[in-house]
Design a protein around this ligand. Structure first.
Ligand code: TYD
Length: 143
């Protein structure tokens, strides 16, 4: 991942990589170290058999998350309300921060793509902003 992140409330983490070639590789992250919060929830997205699938299309008010591609690749579209950036996520050890007030959309999933997300809080639908115009309004009002 040699791209600079240009949007607000995002960033890159690199997990520890232990290469045990030819017997596999370990990718390791620890709370409050590589992932700078206590992880309260994980979820993964699999069975991405529809190449035209579009996921995300929302922002969060408070939630902190990191998103990884454990296998395969996808495109991650980030939008902080002012700047937009598209990234190809295709490495199991680089994660992208999805901080608050960051509209994110995922597309172009490879057939073998498995996405892992680490979150700092439990699921709460009230933390979602699912309407883009409301997101822009929220970003402007909250600074
Ligand atoms: P959503 O977060 O919109 O998925 P994505 O960002 O991958 O497109 O969630 C899809 C559905 O799953 C929605 O009905 C809420 C539900 N859901 C939970 O119940 N718990 C969770 O932790 C998550 C992430 C989603």
């Amino acid at each position: 991942m040699n791209k600079k992140i240009k949007v607000q409330n995002s960033g890159i983490v690199k997990l520890k990589f232990v290469d045990d070639f030819p017997d596999g590789a370990l990718v390791i992250g620890q709370a409050r170290e590589s992932v700078p919060f206590d992880i309260r929830r994980i979820y993964y997205i699999t069975n991405l058999s529809n190449p035209r699938a579009v996921r995300g299309k929302h922002a969060h008010k408070k939630l902190e998350q990191y998103i990884f591609s454990l296998s395969g690749s996808f495109r991650l579209h980030l939008d902080d309300g002012r700047n937009k950036q598209n990234l190809t996520i295709d490495s199991p050890y680089y994660g992208i921060r999805l901080g608050p007030k960051l509209w994110h959309t995922m597309t172009k999933f490879s057939r073998d793509c498995v996405i892992l997300v680490l979150a700092d809080d439990y699921y709460d639908e009230n933390d979602y902003i699912r309407d883009y115009d409301k997101f822009l309004e929220y970003v402007r009002n909250e600074g």
